[in-house]
Design a protein around this ligand. Structure first.
Ligand code: ADP
Length: 450
């Protein structure tokens, strides 16, 4: 039984996890860096322990120190949140060695999804549809080029070790291949100390549709439907929604079942997200599996009425899945907008400083604000400058969208520059209300968004 939980994270997700732990009567331990001495997650937890200097590598990424704290305070489980150590197989393994439950999949599942090319080979074998492409070990330029020539342009070069949109290059013509490959390899080497590449057919107008799955230790799996995360800037999600507009029941169950197949192929346990590209003709292709709770999980909670952190803790405790597939259903529509301290007029550069004024919209059953900061706090250079996630629900997409627009209007922040106006412009645009969603939405409609 999990009686005491350490949260190896900070900010809104640490606060979010503490809320559910409290509801379940689980004691919580927060950890914090020099920069987070007075942070909300520290105040919310039952106990808190300082773990090091502000840079993440000296605190939130310090496996040994975090485990020392966990052992000395006799915690039963560690929730890694997202980012930081959440997809670190070494950390998952170290927890297991100390007999502490890691709230996430086994280290072997994390390893299996760690390389995009290895992941694609596993999925190919399991019969999960893949974007046509090359994902073998032979990294000879001639081999890579031939695979591109054979599948036809445009192609996308992707770092096998990639993440966060880094190490990716589109190639539109054979003449551009060599230079693009060199650039992608350079970027990949700099970010991941590895320059293995895969080549994919570049889909020009796809949607990013991902499936929330859960598996238990018996090997059973269910899907909690989909999220549409097509609205992205440089491959980073901006506004997410659930369900995906225009989704048919047939496609939903086909994607859901493919996602479960993907999870079961790597003996998955816990919460995971299988990301697919959905093409205009209704074909969908496996992109990757994220072996953690996603930032955008609240939209799924809003449409299913389930608490995904509670599900995670239940499963980490060794219990079977809380519900069967036929007991899950979708109610209404939800959006999430990521409120960032950044300057849309200056290439979205992070904006640091004190939150002199921070007035979120009133929360109720339709409006939820997940945040880790309060008025007077500092947005520092050390961490991701996300201030909050604004999540809204409505009986249908139009009603939810109205609520999103109203809530964005009611959000007041001073002291740092934010993207609130930009989010409003996206949500208020005609193509967005018409749900003309593709991953190139922002580039395509730039003129009406700034
Ligand atoms: P990362 O792990 O770096 O985030 P992903 O493989 O998840 O990289 O891809 C990130 C985004 O890039 C996707 O959400 C999608 O917008 C775009 N993308 C990825 N693969 C393709 C492809 N083959 N064709 C078109 N767009 C793609």
């Amino acid at each position: 039984m999990i009686k005491k939980l350490l949260i190896a994270n900070r900010g809104e997700i640490a606060c979010r996890i503490i809320k559910t732990a409290r509801k379940l009567g689980i004691a919580t331990v927060a950890v914090y860096s020099d920069a987070d001495k007075n942070a909300l997650h520290v105040k919310m937890a039952d106990e808190s322990v300082h773990i090091g200097a502000a840079p993440a590598k000296d605190s939130y990424l310090d496996i040994d120190t975090i485990l020392d704290v966990a052992v000395s305070l006799s915690v039963d489980a560690i929730h890694p949140g997202y980012g930081f150590l959440s997809e670190n197989a070494k950390f998952a393994r170290a927890c297991a060695e100390q007999d502490i439950a890691f709230v996430g999949p086994p280290a072997s599942s994390i390893d299996a999804m760690g390389s995009k090319s290895a992941a694609k080979r596993i999925m190919e074998k399991a019969g999960v549809p893949l974007v046509p492409g090359y994902h073998d070990d032979d990294q000879d330029e001639a081999t890579l080029k031939k695979s591109a020539d054979d599948m036809g342009y445009p192609v996308l070069l992707k770092a096998a070790a990639g993440g966060g949109g880094k190490g990716m290059r589109q190639v539109w013509k054979p003449e551009e291949f060599s230079e693009a490959l060199a650039a992608a390899k350079r970027e990949s080497m700099a970010s991941f100390s590895d320059d293995k590449m895969l080549v994919e057919k570049y889909l020009t107008r796809p949607r990013h549709v991902e499936i929330q799955v859960f598996c238990d230790t018996n090997g059973d799996g269910v899907y909690l439907f989909e999220r549409d995360c097509s609205v992205q800037r440089r491959h980073q999600k901006v506004i997410e929604e659930a369900p995906a507009p225009g989704m048919t029941e047939d496609l939903r169950s086909a994607m859901g079942e493919a996602a479960i197949k993907a999870a079961q192929a790597i003996d998955y346990v816990g919460a995971g997200t299988v990301e697919f590209l959905l093409d205009e003709d209704g074909s969908f292709y496996f992109m990757e599996m994220n072996t953690r709770l996603q930032v955008e999980h609240p939209v799924t909670e809003m449409i299913t009425g389930e608490d995904l952190v509670q599900w995670q803790l239940d499963i980490a405790d060794g219990n079977p899945l809380p519900k069967r597939q036929e007991d899950l259903s979708i109610h209404g529509h939800a959006f999430e907008a990521r409120i960032y301290a950044e300057d849309p007029d200056n290439n979205f550069l992070p904006s640091t400083g004190g939150l002199r004024l921070l007035v979120p919209p009133q929360e109720d059953r339709y409006v939820r604000v997940d945040t880790g900061v309060v008025q007077g706090d500092e947005v520092s250079v050390y961490y991701d400058p996300m201030i909050a996630k604004l999540v809204v629900w409505g009986e249908n997409r139009d009603l939810a969208l109205n609520r999103l627009l109203r809530s964005l209007r009611q959000y007041h922040i001073d002291g740092v520059t934010t993207n609130i106006e930009f989010l409003y412009n996206v949500a208020a645009s005609k193509p967005f209300s018409n749900a003309e969603l593709t991953t190139t939405f922002i580039e395509k409609h730039e003129d009406m968004l700034f």
